[in-house]
Design a protein around this ligand. Structure first.
Ligand SMILES: Cc1ncc(COP(=O)(O)O)c(C=O)c1O
Length: 398
């Protein structure tokens, strides 16, 4: 297939593509502009419309759009009553926010290992780590594939734990035919531009529980109570009256971001379909390449795939992951790594976490990379990506 570009050969493509990219069209731009020139650009009708739309799409009683997915996780932990002395079990194969949210509340993140084939948190590993202090599980639908919700729910019921589903990757995914959003006690989304739908920055918190919803509303808006029924010192003095009843944050999203997201959500099914086509093309191509291992899907998950991970079988290749990564980049296909195990970071090291904690996650991390997956990819982009992977495997095959 020719000399590798990294060694001076012709690259597969000249114009680089990246692992992810948003899709913004004229309809999105118009929706944002229309709201921007209106009267209310924050705390207005578009945010409420977005909340109702998320509730409908996710078949969940309550949805609260917020400023980003990290804020959503923080509010979820506050609403769950997580505090100092508590332990929160999560996966190391995630963006740090899934664990940081426990630290924000003074609790300790505890890392359960992942399954070697689905890369999602392993319920058996969760159960082994439960102590008297365990309060909640933050289960991440890694790459968009639903976690084993049934098994994790059973553990939560058995030990009286709160299940928070970090669904930053998985809007549009269904588990046993039901949309992600209302299956855990609390579900959080992220609408960062690399995610399936975007608000620029944005997030959402969903729950079917009225009490949790009330706490979430307080957490994301300064602890401000406007409902007389819940005020501590009502009767109030007039329409203007509100009470700060707890310590909350300003995690609000703007109306123009909400307008963008409403427009994006109208394209979710189209995005899901295109993502699935690309996943299928990759799966088919890599099925014939023994050096490439692909992520296993559980039948319960009808996945709206956010990331496509290839895992290199490094025993079969004469290169390191770094060399493969750099070779991909030189061919015009920029991969990324999702993720460095969270507890490897210096901050976590200083908290006392050590390498070796989750062997499966570490082994997967050692050989993995995310290759481009986004709906705007053309068939040619997909074929170029396959060509680059194939070319590099052939160059380094033992
Ligand atoms: C699994 C996961 N959780 C949480 C977040 C945080 O979301 P945000 O970037 O919107 O704060 C991300 C974002 O990258 C993520 O991938």
């Amino acid at each position: 297939m020719g000399e590798l570009a990294i060694n001076g050969g012709e690259p597969v493509r000249k114009e680089k593509i990246y692992y992810g990219c948003q899709w913004i069209d004229a309809q999105d731009v118009e929706a944002v502009v229309h709201t921007l020139v209106g009267d209310l650009i924050t705390c207005g009708p578009k945010v409420k419309e977005l909340d109702r739309l998320l509730e409908k799409m996710c078949e969940t009683k309550h949805a609260v759009a917020v400023s980003n997915g990290t804020a959503a996780l923080h509010c979820a932990c506050i609403a769950a009553g997580i505090g100092p002395g508590d332990e929160v079990i999560t996966t190391p194969l995630t963006f740090a926010a899934s664990a940081n949210c426990a630290l924000y509340c003074g609790a300790k993140p505890v890392f359960a290992d992942v399954e070697p084939d689905t890369y999602n948190i392993d319920p058996k590993s969760i159960e082994r780590l439960i102590t008297d202090r365990t309060k909640a599980i933050v289960a991440v639908d890694y790459t968009g594939q639903a976690v084993r919700i049934r098994e994790i729910r059973e553990i939560c019921d058995k030990y009286n734990l709160i299940l928070i589903e970090d669904a930053a990757h998985s809007i549009g995914t269904k588990y046993d035919g039901k949309p992600i959003g209302g299956l855990a006690d609390i579900t959080t989304f992220s609408f960062h531009p690399v995610k399936t739908v975007t608000a620029g920055e944005g997030g959402a918190i969903l729950t079917n529980d009225d009490e949790l919803y009330h706490k979430i509303m307080l957490a994301c808006n300064h602890g401000i109570e406007r409902d007389e029924e819940f005020m501590e010192e009502a009767p109030h003095e007039g329409m203007w009256y509100y009470e700060q009843v707890s310590l909350g944050y300003n995690y609000r999203i703007t109306d123009f971001q909400a307008a963008l997201l409403i427009s994006q959500l109208g394209k979710l099914e189209k995005f899901k379909k295109r993502r699935a086509e690309i996943v299928e093309a990759y799966n088919e191509a890599f099925a014939n390449i023994p050096e490439i291992i692909v992520q296993k899907e559980i039948p319960e998950s009808d996945t709206c795939r956010h990331l496509y991970i290839i895992q290199l079988d490094l025993d079969k290749l004469n290169c390191t992951r770094r060399e493969f990564f750099d070779a991909m980049s030189a061919e015009g296909i920029q991969p990324q790594i999702h993720y460095v195990p969270v507890y490897w970071f210096p901050y976590y090291k200083r908290l006392g976490y050590t390498k070796g904690l989750c062997p499966n996650a570490e082994q997967i991390y050692a050989g993995m990379m995310s290759i481009p997956l986004y709906p705007k990819m053309t068939d040619e982009d997909v074929q170029d990506t396959i060509a680059a992977v194939t070319k590099i495997v052939e160059a380094y095959r033992k």
